[in-house]
Design a protein around this ligand. Structure first.
Ligand code: AMP
Length: 483
């Protein structure tokens, strides 16, 4: 039974803002978290972007800060009372925009600071005084060190997308920031998953937190048909096109692990006549939103994306999701396939597994608590062979590959965002594990014997080729049953 916002007795300016947003009832995370945050207790919330979690923490925080509301022009009357930390500038920007909308009928001020842009306008805003500060960790530390931000009156801190912050290597920055805050405060931690690292973080910084878990958006859908196909790297692109064609898919989301791979794949699919757009960390927010709008309007068939770029974007109800690369983090598998099979619609999630992905598939098995059967793909006979290998070799020779930061989207996001002021010594940067593409460490290999042309094998060309170890196709209906 959906709960209405009127059950909360929100202050009139907040209730009015919510009504203007057109929200009719609370989302599950809001129904559970808002009453708890209103009591001032610490919260550990398992919720992803898209569940309405921003309002779930912003509304009660603003309500509790209303007692400090004032119209004084003196900066001293507007100290930072609530701090919201997020991993990327896009997420920080989105959250800050929402906070501004919820607070628009109050006299509470909010601001956002993130790296990659000039510090001066941010400094000017901070100097005027803000009650709610939304920030990425590195840039916030720069402002703290420059004495633009004083945090000794913070009453609430929100660690949003905490798992992502740890993935990116923000733990030391978070620890430093938290050391500047008063011990007496309310701490809210939101994370898509409660990994052991997140639990450790919560144990260190939260006091008797109330745990709130809401169903993942795809948890009830349970209609995602999942396939894991054993496909060598050089066959993946053909496999993708073949499945799109065979299934008559009008649109699909294609996930890759690297920015370089993302741009490259989108380019080659586009060259082969598929209407494709790339979405990765080097694209501006404006470009990402345009790509997304084009996809939603049906002008683009394939959206090739990295996890970082896709995070926080409202993309759901896609008929199919392809994991062109097995994700480095098993949790990302769940996020990725959650884009399809929503709201009772059936969805397709296809993962291409190359021989070097065994460990990553093992991680997904552990998370899903079930065994994953690898299937062989029946290839059409007309596929080109070895071309991608040759192309990759050419790229390598052209020196396009080599900067390890190109491999993952997240570190470049961090590296590109000059969160540190230039005069600051570089804080230690922790690179994520296993970013290298093993292809480049191997000698060139021709396509397998199985792929030998039919005339060489002296057999009549068949319309399709079935591997001897093919398994019948299976429909995996119930996702996360064990949870
Ligand atoms: P979030 O998970 O906070 O990023 O929110 C995702 C989207 O849901 C945002 O566009 C919000 O404006 C929207 N939203 C949040 N709460 C509600 C609600 N109760 N009803 C309808 N939409 C909402």
């Amino acid at each position: 039974m959906p709960m209405s916002f009127s059950n909360l007795s929100l202050a009139e300016p907040l209730a009015r803002a919510v009504a203007e947003m057109g929200y009719e009832s609370m989302t599950p995370i809001q129904a559970q978290a808002i009453p708890v945050v209103l009591t001032g207790k610490d919260v550990m919330g398992a919720a992803q972007t898209g569940t309405g979690k921003t309002a779930a923490f912003s509304l009660p925080l603003l309500q509790r800060l209303l007692k400090h509301e004032n119209t004084s022009t003196s900066p001293a009357r507007h100290p930072v009372r609530a701090l919201v930390l997020l991993p990327t500038r896009e997420l920080a920007d989105q959250v800050a925009q929402q906070v501004k909308l919820y607070a628009k009928h109050t006299n509470l001020r909010s601001a956002v600071v993130f790296g990659g842009i000039d510090m001066k306008p941010q400094t000017a805003e901070l100097k005027k005084g803000v009650e709610v500060l939304v920030a990425t960790p590195g840039r916030l530390l720069d402002h703290i060190e420059a004495k633009n931000a004083v945090l000794n009156q913070v009453e609430y801190v929100v660690l949003d997308e905490a798992d992502r912050m740890l993935d990116i290597g923000f733990l030391p920055d978070l620890q430093r920031i938290l050391s500047y805050l008063p011990k007496q405060r309310t701490t809210l931690l939101f994370s898509a998953t409660f990994s052991p690292e997140i639990k450790r973080l919560a144990n260190s910084y939260l006091q008797d937190p109330i745990t709130i878990e809401v169903a993942r958006p795809n948890q009830e859908a349970s209609t995602v048909e999942q396939h894991f196909y054993s496909v060598p790297d050089e066959e993946k692109r053909h496999a993708l096109k073949q499945i799109v064609r065979q299934r008559g898919l009008k649109q699909a989301f294609v996930f890759v692990n690297s920015k370089l791979g993302c741009a490259r794949l989108a380019r080659s699919l586009e060259r082969e006549g598929m209407n494709t757009t790339a979405l990765h960390g080097d694209k501006s927010q404006d470009e990402r939103l345009k790509a997304l709008a084009a996809f939603k309007a049906g002008e683009v068939d394939l959206l090739v994306a990295t996890d970082v770029a896709a995070r926080g974007l409202d993309i759901k109800d896609v008929p199919a999701v392809f994991n062109f690369d097995v994700p480095f983090n098993a949790e990302d598998y769940v996020h990725r396939i959650g884009r399809t099979g929503r709201a009772g619609q059936s969805g397709l999630a296809v993962t291409f597994v190359s021989p070097s992905d065994t460990r990553l598939v093992g991680d997904i098995e552990k998370l899903l608590k079930r065994k994953i059967e690898l299937e062989a793909l029946e290839f059409d006979e007309d596929r080109p062979r070895g071309r991608i290998n040759d192309g990759r070799r050419a790229w390598r020779e052209a020196g396009e590959v080599g900067d390890p930061r190109d491999v993952l989207d997240a570190p470049r996001e961090r590296a590109r965002e000059p969160e540190r002021a230039p005069r600051q010594p570089q804080r230690e940067y922790r690179a994520p594990a296993a970013p290298r593409d093993p292809f480049f460490d191997q000698p060139y290999q021709a396509s397998s014997a199985e792929a030998a042309p039919a005339w060489e094998a002296g057999v009549k060309p068949a319309t399709s080729r079935v591997s001897t170890n093919i398994k019948p196709k299976r429909k995996v209906a119930a996702l996360f049953k064990a949870e």
